[in-house]
Design a binder for this molecule. Structure first.
Ligand code: HEC
Ligand SMILES: [Cu+2]
Length: 316
């Protein structure tokens, strides 16, 4: 309208669907927002003092009206509820084969780590048309990862991993904002997302030379922090091997009982920071806690390494 866009561009697979739902909700609101004041105004004028109108037998009850105003809004609300819920599940659905990219928010910047090894700040490069899953955490306070052109937003929380799946469908540069007030310089916590043709993306990843991958860096840290001393089949310490553990159910000793938990990113993170919380059945709780000793970035690298072990054979 007059060269002033009312809505940002639609740059992800889900964007047009989010807009359709929003337009519907705005339409319903606008309808009632006009009809109710119009009715009030109409009655005010018609029944103003001194106007000669029939005021005998004012209706005190109308069953049909009651049915309309109960069933109508309920049906409309249910349409919005079902529509929005389906869209929500569609957006957060885990697409197999999505590439996982790690994001750490901190006052006041975004740090992004690609599994291939390249990292960047306040920028996120992704290939067009391929599903991506961001695995995000914060080093300090609550931030929120907001891509307006993609119509997606997700809180980024300290001490927890949240995920944000999406599929970009337009090549170009788009906005990245922090959408949760996070302190003095919150307003400069902005960046951009660069959507590239897959070939260009591959070239971009390799631009700085084939450095170590995220998992390789994680392996270095695994040795540096002495994890390897216990977890690589030590003669003196009885600790579980980590090959193949990722995304598999692990038996946890809970009192006298054993329960199973899937070793996802959050589980591995907890195992490193709070090892006494969940002790693997059959082992002593001798693993030291690494709380406040390993940065969020390094934790993600170690997790990437453990994840990469999932496909390796156990070798003694
Ligand atoms: C002193 C020996 C020791 C060190 C050092 C150690 N661990 Fe452990 N770790 C254990 C033992 C024993 C267990 C099993 C008992 C438990 O769950 O606490 C374990 C459990 C785990 C688990 C859960 C495994 C499963 O099968 O569910 C993970 C993941 C893990 N450690 C990662 C690490 C990482 C990463 C480091 C280094 C930052 C590390 N550990 C350092 C002894 C150790
Ligand atoms: Cu922020």
């Amino acid at each position: 309208m007059f060269g002033f866009p009312l809505l940002p561009e639609q740059a992800s697979a889900i964007a047009s669907k989010v807009d359709a739902l929003m337009l519907f909700e705005v339409g319903v609101s606008a309808f009632f927002l006009t009809m109710i004041p119009l009715a009030i105004l109409g009655f005010c004028i018609r029944y103003r003092r001194g106007n000669r109108v029939d005021r005998s037998n004012p209706p005190t009850h109308s069953q049909s009206m009651e049915i309309i105003w109960i069933v109508g809004p309920m049906a409309l609300s249910l349409v919005m509820y079902v529509w929005a819920t389906r869209l929500f599940f569609e957006q957060y659905e885990r697409v197999p084969g999505a590439s996982r990219i790690d994001v750490v928010g901190k006052q006041w910047m975004w740090y992004v780590q690609h599994p291939e090894g390249r990292s960047e700040t306040n920028e996120l490069h992704v290939p067009v048309g391929r599903p991506v899953r961001l695995n995000m955490t914060s080093q300090d306070v609550i931030h929120s990862f907001y891509l307006p052109e993609f119509r997606i937003k997700q809180d980024v929380l300290p001490g927890r991993y949240t995920e944000l799946p999406f599929t970009p469908n337009k090549v170009g540069e788009f906005n990245l904002f922090c959408a949760e007030y996070c302190g003095t310089n919150h307003s400069i916590m902005i960046g951009k997302i660069v959507v590239m043709e897959p070939e260009d993306y591959e070239a971009w990843l390799a631009e700085k030379g084939a450095g170590p991958s995220q998992a390789d860096e994680g392996e270095k840290l695994f040795v540096q922090h002495h994890c390897a001393g216990c977890h690589r089949g030590s003669q003196t310490v009885h600790a579980p091997r980590l090959e193949g553990v990722y995304n598999k159910p692990v038996p946890i000793q809970a009192g006298d009982e054993i329960r199973f938990e899937v070793a996802d990113e959050a589980y591995i993170r907890d195992s490193i920071l709070l090892p006494k919380e969940k002790v693997v059945a059959g082992y002593e709780p001798i693993m030291p806690s690494y709380k406040d000793q390993i940065s969020e970035q390094d934790l993600l690298k170690i997790i990437a390494y453990i994840k990469s072990l999932a496909n390796r054979e156990i070798s003694q």
